[in-house]
Design a protein around this ligand. Structure first.
Ligand code: ADP
Ligand code: NA
Length: 333
């Protein structure tokens, strides 16, 4: 067996953006073949916590799978699958709904953001979403979870649920404490239009985010228009403090080149953003634009994508079913 097991998921809800790529999928790719077992999931059960059109959802599941593959996830080295094909996620989630406390969920800030003003009109699923996420992770007894900064609170909840389950059912080591891996210069990529908001697919401004399907012209335009201040790049990385637009672009540059922000600042110290932005645009085009081409090729053969998901679901179920069964046994079910 493996000492470490890595799990993470992404929702099939429209285009992946640069934040999803740098904060999550690029890091998923890097974790392959480092001795840990890696499982990457298209979390379609999370997508339906808000209304979806069934035919579009079906397409979005294939598109995200194609994006995973186009970014470099490899079915030979990772288990790539969609959540709804592995019933153990939902089974364990129900048990966890009875372990988690309402007070714990009331503290989740993402629910407040996603539910907006009409909290009474949100689905029960949207509220319980972090409990399902805990089940996604723990049904594999995953030890490491690469995610963006926005998922930190949900990971803490998963740890609390694991601990309470183990305590309630007197099984001290049944579920491990999963470690969030929130690392690197791009754990929170910000909107290109407003440095106080994270880059998000729900932002109404198209200029706020770079989508993985953007062409070279769109990528270059969005970087040219990205919000910065009139100052040049600072002499040291500390000089990025209080300059959200500048800090964001340096972080993106660093993540795209696998360097630290300090390295990037050292190279560009004192140079103006009018010089930095075209270099960043070239870099982003070089790294991001080929992904869309590979996605298109993959989507031309939906049968292949479905086969990848079916094979992944079979391998995922082989791990998840006994873990869920064991949890039910402990609970007397
Ligand atoms: P979204 O947050 O865009 O709705 P998901 O919830 O499916 O997308 O998130 C997929 C992954 O992308 C998660 O690990 C999340 O933390 C990460 N992520 C989302 N937005 C950003 C961002 N702006 N910067 C860094 N990582 C992000
Ligand atoms: Na998110």
């Amino acid at each position: 067996g493996h000492a470490h097991r890595v799990f993470s998921g992404v929702q099939p809800t429209g285009n992946l953006h640069l934040g999803n790529y740098l904060g999550a999928v690029k890091r998923f790719v890097e974790m392959q073949g480092r001795g840990a077992e890696t499982l990457y999931c298209v979390v379609d059960l999370h997508a339906i916590t808000v209304p979806q059109k069934p035919a579009e959802l079906r397409g979005a599941i294939r598109e995200l799978t194609a994006a995973f593959l186009a970014c470099g996830l490899d079915p030979e080295r990772s288990i790539i699958f969609n959540q709804s094909q592995v019933p153990a996620h939902a089974e364990l989630a129900w048990l966890f709904n009875c372990v988690a406390r309402i007070g714990w969920l009331n503290r989740m800030t993402q629910f407040k953001e996603k539910a907006g003003k009409d909290r009474e009109g949100a689905s029960v699923g949207l509220y319980a979403y972090p409990v399902l996420m805990a089940a996604d992770i723990l049904v594999y007894k995953a030890t490491h979870v690469p995610v963006g900064e926005d998922q930190k609170q949900h990971l803490e909840l998963a740890r609390d649920i694991a601990a309470k389950f183990n305590l309630d059912f007197e099984a001290p080591d049944y579920f491990p404490q999963p470690e969030p891996m929130i690392e690197g210069p791009a754990t929170r990529v910000m909107s290109l239009r407003d440095g106080t908001k994270k880059m998000s697919k729900s932002d109404p401004s198209d200029l706020s985010r770079i989508n993985l399907t953007d062409d070279a012209d769109a990528i270059a335009l969005k970087i040219r228009k990205a919000q910065t201040d009139p100052e040049p790049l600072p002499e040291t990385v500390d000089g990025l403090a209080g300059r959200p637009g500048a800090d964001n672009l340096v972080g993106v540059y660093a993540a795209l080149t696998d360097r630290t922000k300090a390295d990037v600042v050292a190279e560009w110290a004192g140079k103006p953003f009018s010089a930095f932005k075209p270099a960043l645009a070239d870099l982003a085009v070089q790294k991001v634009a080929p992904i869309a081409g590979r996605m298109r090729d993959l989507l031309a053969d939906p049968g292949h994508i479905d086969a990848v998901l079916a094979n992944g679901a079979e391998r995922a179920s082989a791990i998840a079913e006994p873990v869920a069964r064991g949890a039910y046994d402990l609970a007397g079910l």
